[in-house]
Design a protein around this ligand. Structure first.
Ligand code: SF4
Length: 282
């Protein structure tokens, strides 16, 4: 069985940067706290915890402590609150997420109601919404785009969670255009996500089986899986090689491997090595 790996598989630039910042902060010494998860991957999180970063869900007394802000960003009030409590802020928010914050703020400044296309429960979306003075409208699917509130908007501006699927976003934007007469659209899907999705638009068609590696909590991995599955029903999502069932590869001559933006390279390598073995056995 021939195994090929997507060129764009694995850590995106934002995750690499956030991890570099985390390591530099640990090296400087002193307690380091992290609000939520620096990236949505269990293996990365346990490495970071072992290195001494404590993951917290709520802010406490921050005196003498560094607070790491994850790649997805956080609402502005959280940073103010943390500063007030005495934390030293180490901001590892991805520059591409910061750009979304800037665009959303600019839309608000010029009097447009901000619409965010994304998952309302995702940290990145909460972070975008939390930059604004007025309540933003989060649209996660076509049904939301047909909602009553939108009909009353004369003028609005759209930004997109960086890891959304382009085809899904464009369907929503078409719906929004029918309801909002003056709509400004910023396509803020980030470039690493676009590269991954571009590869996923053809790789599943060239391979008998597709394996997408990433945590169940990783939104971008889920999206890659959905795209691949829609093109090739023999697509499977796994966290690591331990979840692979060799029966998936019966009569398969080719297997393609994709990995989410928070999947470490060593996990992808282990999967590829394992598939090479499975290929010999099937
Ligand atoms: S997925 Fe894109 S926006 Fe999110 S951290 Fe990676 S590069 Fe940044």
């Amino acid at each position: 069985m021939q195994v090929s790996v997507a060129d764009s598989a694995g850590f995106c630039s934002g995750v690499k940067r956030a991890l570099k910042i985390a390591r530099a902060t640990i090296d400087r010494g002193g307690p380091v706290h992290m609000l939520g998860e620096i990236v949505h991957n269990e293996s990365v999180l346990s490495d970071i915890a072992e290195a001494g970063v404590r993951s917290i869900m709520r802010l406490g007394d921050g005196r003498g402590k560094s607070l790491l802000i994850c790649a997805h960003g956080v609402p502005a009030r959280k940073i103010c609150d943390a500063r007030r409590r005495g934390y030293r802020i180490i901001d590892a928010t991805c520059p591409m997420v910061k750009q979304i914050h800037r665009l959303a703020l600019e839309l608000e400044r010029v009097g447009r109601r901000v619409i965010v296309i994304g998952d309302s429960e995702h940290d990145e979306v909460k972070g975008i919404v939390g930059q604004l003075k007025k309540r933003a409208i989060v649209v996660s699917g076509i049904r939301d785009a047909r909602g009553k509130t939108l009909r009353r908007l004369g003028k609005a501006g759209v930004v997109v969670q960086s890891t959304q699927a382009l085809s899904h976003v464009m369907r929503i934007v078409e719906e929004l255009k029918k309801r909002v007469p003056d709509l400004k659209f910023h396509n803020t899907i980030c470039s690493p996500t676009r590269s991954k999705q571009r590869e996923m638009a053809s790789m599943p068609l060239r391979n008998d089986v597709m394996i997408i590696i990433g945590s169940k909590t990783s939104a971008n991995t889920r999206r890659l899986y959905q795209i691949s599955k829609s093109l090739n029903p023999r697509t499977y999502r796994v966290k690591s090689k331990a979840e692979i069932d060799p029966r998936w590869f019966r009569h398969a001559r080719t297997a393609g491997v994709g990995a989410g933006a928070s999947t470490p390279d060593h996990i992808t390598r282990e999967v590829v090595d394992y598939l090479a073995e499975v290929g010999v056995r099937t």
